[in-house]
Design a protein around this ligand. Structure first.
Ligand SMILES: Cc1ncc(COP(=O)(O)O)c(C=O)c1O
Length: 416
């Protein structure tokens, strides 16, 4: 089946007992077995079966199977949030004294996890310029345990050279982790370009309606865990082979950290997936139009959208993202006051800390997602004080344009 069909039918042929064509919500904590021996066998891995929803759940398994198919991976673990996905992957790979290389200009929560939380445990992160591929190879040393990027930095909007970074990671035998939240498998399957692990915040485009927080980890099958420097995973690979990393996560890290999704949320993600392809096409189309409209507006100081012809990433997005450039853009009106007045004047677009919703959403990253970082630190992360981030929705474009036009005029009124 092709991706558009898999998103609707993948790995679920209907519920044979009821005839339901949607995946049932198995809202349970645990699963009963008739005999003590049966449950002991499931615990011991001698028989398949569900034990406890913190480890696995049938509704969540259906979501995991569908995401595995859509990303062309070998397996998936769905999590309670995007941050839980990233934290689980990283906790599975690093220990005190290890280092991470991450692109700058990525989600503030991920920066905080790497810098503050992992920093407290003695893990150091080198943030490098996503656009300068050489910086990734220069930052590698014998303590480096993973390279992390976002397909399009949120909110930096840089598009790293994924195949080139994958090659660098491969040559040094370091797992390459790619956050595909902003692009989704409908724009890119990072595994095809050499990524080893894909993470998602499914709260965004996959859910698509702002109704549930979730995340996912997909192993693409590209990394040879039997030959890696991770002793516990290497040991597991004797029995679990290519699934060693996912088995290690599910049975130890994920189980211990407790970042499982609620079955209801897995159901909502499955529903979102069914319409993802159509929504992504419209998000990208509207974002391209809005970027061009803002670019042509003389009151707008700058626009950052990789699909614009003068973007340094224009050629790369054409090659990597199926000819599309995503639904996210940033722009500036010159200073923070104008950014605030613009946001306050919007009538249709909502001012909130989410992206990937069907609705157009805006936020002032400097005073919100990045508020805990100094202006100098924000600058290094690609965040400026006048920046407005827009997650372009799937409304009629004319309505979005009219809303932005009147809000820009109001933002500048005081000056005139
Ligand atoms: C690119 C990216 N990755 C990860 C996350 C974290 O996801 P969640 O909010 O689901 O924990 C976000 C949240 O905004 C994000 O934008």
């Amino acid at each position: 089946m092709k991706a558009d069909t898999l998103a609707i039918h993948g790995s679920f042929a209907g519920d044979s007992s009821s005839g339901a064509t949607t995946v049932p919500i198995v809202q349970t904590v645990s699963y009963a077995y008739k005999t003590a021996q049966e449950l002991a066998d499931v615990f011991g891995g001698k028989a398949p079966g569900y034990i406890y929803t913190r480890i696995a759940n049938p509704t969540t398994s259906a979501l995991e199977a569908r995401l595995t198919e859509l990303e062309d991976g070998i397996g998936c673990i769905a999590t309670s949030s995007g941050m839980a996905a990233i934290a689980s992957v990283v906790m599975g790979l690093v220990k005190t004294g290890d280092e991470i290389i991450a692109s700058a200009g990525i989600f503030g929560g991920t920066v905080s996890l790497f810098e503050n939380t992992l920093g407290r445990f003695g893990v150091r992160t080198n943030f490098v310029d996503a656009a300068d591929t050489d910086q990734f190879s220069k930052a590698i040393n014998n303590k480096t345990k993973l390279i992390f990027i976002e397909t399009i930095g949120n909110p930096g909007m840089d598009v790293p050279d994924i195949p080139a970074i994958a090659k660098i990671a491969q040559e040094s035998n370091i797992p390459f982790v790619v956050d595909n939240t902003v692009t989704t498998p409908f724009l890119i399957k990072p595994g095809e370009f050499g990524a080893d692990i894909i993470v998602h915040s499914t709260s965004k485009f996959i859910n698509g309606h702002g109704t549930a927080i979730g995340g996912a980890i997909v192993d693409t099958g590209n990394y040879n865990w039997a030959a890696g420097p991770f002793e516990d995973i290497k040991h597991l690979s004797k029995n679990m082979r290519r699934l060693a990393f996912l088995a290690y996560l599910r049975n130890i890290i994920y189980r211990d950290l407790g970042g499982c999704p609620a079955p209801m949320n897995s159901f909502l993600m499955l529903q979102g997936l069914e319409t993802l392809s159509g929504r992504m096409a419209k998000h990208c189309e509207n974002a391209e139009k809005l970027a061009r409209f803002l670019k042509a507006n003389s009151n707008v100081s700058w626009v950052n959208y990789p699909g614009l012809a003068d973007s340094e990433f224009h050629e790369r997005v054409g090659k990597l993202f199926n000819g599309r450039s995503g639904g996210l853009l940033t722009f500036g009106l010159g200073d923070k006051q104008k950014a605030f007045r613009f946001i306050d004047s919007l009538k249709l677009a909502k001012n909130m800390a989410n992206l990937g919703d069907a609705k157009t959403l805006v936020i002032h990253p400097s005073s919100t997602i990045f508020h805990e970082f100094s202006i100098a630190e924000q600058d290094k992360m690609g965040v400026s004080e006048d920046m407005v981030r827009v997650s372009v929705g799937i409304e009629d474009f004319e309505d979005i344009r009219n809303d932005f036009e009147q809000a820009i005029e109001k933002a500048l009124e005081v000056e005139k």
